[in-house]
Design a binder for this molecule. Structure first.
Ligand SMILES: [Zn+2]
Length: 221
């Protein structure tokens, strides 16, 4: 079976269970190689937002600048795939990006008289649709008098480039008693809803196979 047939016939995907974080779908009559390609793409082939570059304006915490930037990068961000472009596919084609491919988030802890934790809810985004999936992710602990002030730039990326862009935390394929049926379970980081990951994953596998076919036909010519 061609993956295209599989795409046209989404009835071969049956949702067994779903909630806000996790979805399980039954794949019927889908060859193992396609099912496994879909599993991998759901894990690291669907674009999501993550902080990519950080301008450190002030950092008097005990955490070095690199450590701070790394932690900021790992915060999962809500992603609206319909609104934003991946930088490589954006019309602006500029290194600095535009409002369709880049979002700025700023954080200024201010000064404090007591020791306190800076949490993800202190990041304020210029775009309401791109913000941390949780308010309670610790970023750094500040002692009295210490302060961080940063400007972060988030963009769409894929987990194949860096794990901070993984769309899913878990993506597994399990066999069932029936030989022609497998169960794909995907748990989202929260950036996308689990259904979106599956739909984008299906499109992505279709696109990649299309590109591959094109390459092969060029070689043949
Ligand atoms: Zn752009």
């Amino acid at each position: 079976m061609d993956f295209k047939d599989f795409l046209q016939d989404l009835s071969s995907l049956e949702v067994i269970s779903k909630d806000n974080q996790k979805i399980a779908i039954k794949l019927k009559d889908v060859p193992l190689q396609y099912a496994n390609a879909l599993r991998r793409v759901c894990l690291n082939g669907v674009p999501v937002f993550a902080i990519d570059t950080v301008d450190i304006i002030e950092n008097t915490s005990v955490l070095p600048d690199e450590g701070l930037a790394h932690r900021l990068g790992l915060i999962p961000l809500k992603t609206d795939l319909a609104r934003f472009n991946e930088p490589s596919k954006c019309e602006c084609q500029s290194e600095s990006g535009c409002s369709n491919c880049k979002v700025m988030l700023v954080l200024d802890s201010g000064d404090s008289d007591v020791t306190r934790s800076v949490l993800s809810n202190e990041l304020s985004s210029e775009d309401d649709s791109v913000k941390p999936t949780s308010d309670k992710i610790p970023i750094v602990q500040l002692a009295p008098g210490q302060r961080i002030k940063v400007e972060c730039y988030a963009r769409l990326g894929r987990g194949t480039e860096h794990a901070k862009w993984n769309a899913a935390t878990i993506s597994t394929l399990t066999e069932t008693e029936k030989g022609d049926e497998r169960v794909l379970t995907v748990e989202s980081t929260g950036a996308l809803n689990p259904e979106q990951i599956i739909i984008s994953g299906v499109n992505e596998v279709g696109n990649r196979l299309g590109e591959f076919k094109e390459m092969i036909s060029q070689i043949e010519e």
